[in-house]
Design a protein around this ligand. Structure first.
Ligand SMILES: Nc1ncnc2c1ncn2[C@@H]1O[C@H](COP(=O)(O)OP(=O)(O)OP(=O)(O)O)[C@@H](O)[C@H]1O
Length: 548
């Protein structure tokens, strides 16, 4: 009794220590794992936000979001499993190998020859499994992309009654996911089945060789039994490791996918380069012999030897056929892309030498046809143009954009939440918020890309008033489809075939009788009243950009 009481007390103390250590390691593991996941997500998100626009042209949002969520989660789970189960199994294997060598060196040596050979085969199978796992995760990301697109554009899906098609599309992608996951499952099953056979053969081998050693009196029967028990612990731990292996494979390929994007460095950095002091900034823009192809379509030249000057404080209109490259010109001016040849200059300085953050944040204001707002308050949406803007500056920008009145008519005023992408606002209201957001940074150069073309006549007039006000004293590039909206521009540039076809004022171009005159004639056929509008119509919403 004394002896067992003694042993029991020691065991009890050991159990206590084990409980405490288990608690400690799990707390530590969760602390490290969660921090690691947060750090990875932050680093990946930072890296994604810094990528070139060309990168986003080639990727689907769902795939990127899947890397931020599923892949990081998978990597974290594997990391935790490897540390908890993996470390335990490895320690057990190492401890038992010491016991085994003390029982019989010869048997242990045999075991140690067989084990690396088996592990070599396992590693080869493992690399195949990793490939399968990567395909599987890519397919999951693809399916997520389909769901993301359908849910993000649910209004369009509903408007075209395409719910069933989207269901089928998503279902097909999920089926593909299932096939790949099952293939991976079969691979892992084969791997585990084979490893079980291998380990059982090793037990059999031990019994066979150990039996002959017992017969030759080189080993006692008791030692052989101890050897078997210890080698079975090794086997159990190895089996655990093989189960863990599947998880590690998934975790590693998830990690590879996350680190792949973290390691990417953009061609156009977010910042760095010089800034032109405000007092010297004039806003003269020059495109000199610019050639450009989108990186995702390298063989297709959108701009060919394109030369254009935007004089400071003047309004230049860019017109031409759809797909002619007008928006591309605006993208180059914002330095979303760099030209493949030629140079874009601001006040005589190559854009590539200027700080892109300064250029986009303080010099160029961009108002597009379909403004995108964030699902937050009106105040925050306007302040997106200049984070440090005071409330007064926000109100002033809203007034300038003809938006103050409608904002204050809402019960919550500037604190009204606009819904995801601004869905709770009308097109004209969204556009005016986008104008306020662009104006708050007091840009020197303003780009208006079909800013009023999505609006009805009434809201177009209100928005146009705001744009007229905003254009005063700024270098303005207006991109327009409807030629009637740009008659008053200081200069009209007609783009065709990727370069400037003709340029001049409305009157000069009409007199010339070239492409512009032809486009005017064609549009006039669609809307005859635009050819020669009566004087009072000139003040209407369809006649803007007068050289006032
Ligand atoms: N991100 C992109 N990646 C690849 N090609 C693009 C991309 N954006 C536009 N393009 C292609 O470049 C060409 C010019 O497009 P762009 O949008 O500049 O024309 P646009 O004159 O503004 O047309 P629209 O008047 O219809 O808006 C088109 O052929 C278009 O398919």
């Amino acid at each position: 009794m004394n002896e067992s009481r003694n042993l029991s007390t020691r065991l009890l103390i050991l159990y206590g220590i084990q409980g405490l250590l288990t608690f400690g390691y799990l707390v530590l593991l969760s602390h490290i794992g969660e921090r690691m996941a947060v750090d990875m997500r932050k680093a990946l998100f930072n890296s994604l936000l810094r990528q070139d626009i060309a990168f986003f042209d080639a990727k689907r949002t769902g795939q990127l979001v899947s890397r931020l969520t599923t892949d990081v989660q998978e990597f974290k789970s594997s990391f935790k499993l490897v540390i908890s189960q993996g470390l335990r199994s490895c320690t057990q294997v190492a401890g038992c190998l010491v016991s085994l060598s003390m029982l019989s060196t010869r048997l242990t040596l045999l075991l140690m020859v067989a084990t690396p050979a088996l592990m070599g085969v396992g590693t080869m199978m493992g690399s195949g499994l990793r490939k399968l796992s990567r395909h599987c995760q890519e397919q999951v990301a693809k399916a997520t992309g389909v769901a993301d697109e359908a849910l993000g554009n649910v209004r369009t899906v509903r408007a075209f009654a395409m719910e069933q098609r989207e269901e089928e599309h998503y279902g097909a992608e999920l089926e593909e996911c299932r096939c790949r996951a099952e293939e991976l499952g079969r691979g892992i099953a084969l791997f585990q089945g084979l490893s079980n056979i291998a380990f059982n053969c090793m037990v059999l081998g031990t019994l066979f060789i150990g039996g002959s050693l017992v017969a030759g009196q080189q080993l006692t029967g008791g030692d052989l039994m101890s050897f078997l028990v210890a080698s079975q612990t090794v086997q159990r731990s190895m089996a655990n490791l093989s189960v863990l292996f599947g998880q590690v494979v998934r975790g590693l390929s998830a990690g590879t996918r996350v680190f792949e994007y973290m390691a990417l460095s953009p061609c156009i950095p977010l910042s760095g380069g010089c800034c032109i002091p405000k007092e010297h900034l004039q806003g003269a823009v020059t495109f000199q012999n610019v050639c450009f192809s989108y990186p995702c379509r390298p063989g297709f030249e959108v701009l060919k030897d394109f030369t254009l000057t935007l004089p400071p404080g003047k309004i230049v209109a860019l017109v031409g056929q759809s797909g002619g490259g007008k928006t591309t010109v605006a993208s180059l001016l914002e330095r979303f892309y760099d030209p493949t040849a030629g140079v874009v200059m601001l006040d005589g300085q190559d854009l590539r030498t200027l700080d892109p953050s300064w250029l986009r944040g303080q010099v160029v204001g961009f108002i597009s046809q379909e403004p995108v707002l964030f699902g937050t308050t009106i105040m925050e949406n306007i302040r997106f143009g200049k984070l440090e803007a005071s409330d007064e500056e926000v109100y002033a920008a809203a007034r300038e954009a003809n938006a103050h009145e409608f904002i204050t008519s809402f019960p919550e005023g500037y604190n009204t939440v606009v819904g995801e992408r601004g869905t709770t606002l009308s097109g004209g209201q969204k556009q005016r918020l986008a104008i306020a957001r662009a104006l708050i940074k007091q840009p020197t150069v303003l780009i208006l890309d079909e800013a009023t073309s999505a609006l009805d006549a009434e809201s177009e007039q209100v928005v146009q008033e705001a744009l007229d006000r905003a254009s005063a004293g700024r270098t303005v590039l207006v991109i327009a489809h409807r030629l009637s909206t740009v008659r008053g521009a200081h200069r009209i540039i007609v783009m065709a075939d990727g370069h400037v076809w003709e340029a001049g004022t409305h009157e000069e171009l009409l007199k010339k009788g070239g492409l512009y005159a032809e486009l005017i004639r064609r549009q006039a056929l669609d809307a005859p009243q635009l050819v020669d509008p009566p004087p009072e119509k000139l003040k209407g919403p369809r006649n803007h950009w007068h050289k006032s």
